[in-house]
Design a protein around this ligand. Structure first.
Ligand code: SAM
Ligand code: DTB
Ligand code: SF4
Length: 322
């Protein structure tokens, strides 16, 4: 349990449902008040993503174009060279990113992959950027190696509620994910963990996902809330779109439950209006993925994001290196 009385780890379903059910203005007021008590309300942290190993993944995550099981339109690529990764990190830094996140389409990395990734982490860190990687399931030894290599954040999402999980993924369990998260936490690496909404889950599933995240022994430092990006060829293509108001409510409830975490408005921004994104920021989102690409799909262009920030009077920042 947390020693800080505002950081609760004992959320119950009925109280989370009660938050979701608040009149929209009351919910946003509560979320914004919470946000202001813990953060500079006009500052947003920006992370850039790079897919360092793309496609041919053995897993069956129903949302993911990188699974080898689905016929999506991506070109598989082996683990990138360190030079190419560092070049991409330089570009991200020049564009203004404070964190560089490297993602690999693996169920779990091999030990020799970890050594390459550690070299990437060290090179990116030397540029003054925060580092994050997402590589799938880890062993204790691999986690320790990443920690010793200086990694700042590990991203590993719970994706959805435990109940809905098996509708979306069958090749690894919810417990596998919790085990990797515990390893990362125990090794002293910052945890980036969130989920995806708009996958056909229910209101209860969304509430339960947030409960799983907030009731971890310590809140994740970063909580990415992804709106499903529907990709041709994946099983979740054609899922009924989630009401944008429910998405904004999800951001607000996450902010209230995890007041000191960076809540990231993650995948799906390319299909959101500027006004919807502004409401997500008002609801307490204070981080985005920045750069023209997520891993394999499009993200808003950087000049579009910078123009939006200017219109909203938002500053970028929030890096521990800044
Ligand atoms: N293979 C590793 C793993 O799954 O842990 C790391 C990379 S994986 C692509 C990282 C995360 O991206 C997934 O956990 C999922 O939350 C998110 N993601 C993948 N495809 C997505 C999509 N179409 N829409 C939204 N989020 C997606
Ligand atoms: C996260 O929660 N979202 C990012 C990052 N962590 C690795 C990935 C989004 C991927 C969207 C689909 C794609 O571009 O392939
Ligand atoms: Fe593989 Fe990760 Fe995509 Fe699942 S989300 S198919 S593990 S790359």
């Amino acid at each position: 349990m947390s020693q800080n009385p505002v950081l609760r780890n004992d959320w119950q379903l009925d109280e989370v449902q009660a938050l979701y059910a608040l009149p929209f203005n009351d919910l946003l007021f509560k979320a914004q008040s919470t946000h202001r008590a813990h953060f500079d309300a006009n500052e947003i942290q920006i992370s850039s993503l790079l897919s360092i190993k793309t496609g041919s993944c053995s897993e069956d995550c129903g949302y993911c174009p990188q699974s080898a099981r689905y016929d999506s339109d991506i070109t598989p690529e082996a683990l990138m060279s360190i030079d190419k990764v560092l070049q991409a990190a330089e570009n991200a830094k020049a564009q203004g990113a404070s964190r560089f996140c490297m993602g690999a389409a693996w169920r779990k990395p091999k030990d020799k992959d970890i050594e390459r990734v550690v070299e990437m982490v060290q090179g990116v860190k030397a540029m003054g950027l925060e580092t994050c990687v997402t590589l799938g399931m880890l062993t204790d030894e691999q986690t320790q190696r990443l920690k010793d290599g200086g990694l700042d954040y590990y991203n590993h999402n719970l994706d959805t509620s435990e109940d809905y999980y098996s509708e979306v993924i069958t090749t690894r369990t919810y417990q596998d994910r919790l085990d990797t998260l515990a390893r990362v936490r125990d090794a002293g690496i910052n945890v980036c963990c969130g989920g995806i909404v708009g996958m056909g889950e229910t209101d209860v599933d969304r509430a339960k996902l947030l409960i799983e995240l907030a009731n971890l022994p310590k809140h994740p430092e970063s909580v990415p809330i992804n709106m499903l990006v529907q990709v041709e060829g994946t099983p979740l293509m054609g899922t009924e779109a989630l009401d944008p108001i429910i998405f904004i409510r999800t951001v607000a409830v996450a902010r209230i439950m995890m007041p000191e975490s960076r809540v990231r408005l993650s995948a799906g921004r390319n299909n959101m209006s500027d006004e919807m994104q502004a409401l997500c920021f008002f609801a307490g989102a204070n981080s985005i993925f920045y750069g023209d690409k997520l891993l394999t799909t499009d993200n808003p262009m950087t000049n579009q994001d910078l123009a939006l920030f200017k219109r909203l009077g938002v500053r970028t920042g929030g890096s521990s290196y800044a």
